[in-house]
Design a binder for this molecule. Structure first.
Ligand SMILES: Cc1cc2nc3c(=O)[nH]c(=O)nc-3n(C[C@H](O)[C@H](O)[C@H](O)COP(=O)(O)O)c2cc1C
Length: 206
């Protein structure tokens, strides 16, 4: 029997690498087994926005990330772009939950059209066909009609579209506070317990 605490996390080349990193950190802290998919553009963004240069091979990238986050390496599985034998490539083994965070307009389009041209797109297609939970954290501004159509198409299939648009009512004092706002909402939707930010109507005015 496979554990329920398995999830696929995809990082793509949209701005917002800190969201992806923080989400990974929180999922691992919550004892989730995380299958991590990283697009080529995501590596560029990670280096640009966070100064973290990941080695290209999946094993080396896994080691670099576990060292960076100081986490348990056994719970993190970095998958290669064309590792078609990865569990995430098949409905018989893939986690039922997947988050694309941050999600580029390009990956949004590929997922909306079932391209399955690399493991990341295939993993999303598998979650869709298996009627699992797919959450897409899109980052672009402004949105073109094409972007909006792709989001509508996916939303109508049950995908949760969460624009990377943090609120300010928790009075953020730092970039980390803004990142945590988004990550908290994502974790809520995934059903992962979190206490990153105060909840609306409880203690946000204190
Ligand atoms: C620093 C940087 C920031 C970028 N920000 C965005 C963005 O916010 N949204 C977006 O859709 N694309 C953005 N791009 C462009 C994408 O990375 C590019 O379209 C890429 O082909 C996406 O590929 P992927 O979806 O396979 O990761 C950015 C690129 C770089 C280098």
């Amino acid at each position: 029997m496979m554990s329920d605490k398995r999830i696929t996390l995809a990082w793509t080349g949209a701005s917002g690498a800190p969201y992806g990193l923080r989400l990974l950190e929180c999922l691992l802290a919550a004892d989730y087994e995380v299958y991590l998919l990283i697009s080529s553009a995501a590596r560029v963004v990670l280096a640009t926005e966070h100064g973290l240069k990941l080695p290209s091979g999946p094993e080396a990238a896994q080691q670099a990330l576990t060292a960076h986050l100081n986490c348990d390496a056994s719970k993190l599985v970095v998958c290669g772009k064309e590792d078609w034998f990865s569990p995430v490539a098949s409905g018989s083994a893939a986690p039922k939950k997947m988050v694309v965070c941050p999600c580029s307009a390009g990956t949004l389009a590929s997922v909306a059209h079932g391209m399955s041209d690399n493991l990341l797109e295939r993993a999303a297609d598998v979650v869709l066909k298996e009627r699992g939970q797919l959450l897409i954290v899109v980052r672009e501004t402004p949105f073109s009609t094409l972007h909006l159509e792709n989001m509508l198409k996916l939303s109508q299939m049950g995908v949760t579209i969460m624009p990377a648009a943090p609120g300010f009512y928790h009075q953020p004092q730092s970039i980390e506070d803004l990142v945590d706002f988004m990550v908290a909402r994502i974790l809520d939707h995934l059903g992962v317990e979190q206490g990153l930010v105060p909840r609306w109507g409880y203690d946000h005015r204190k």
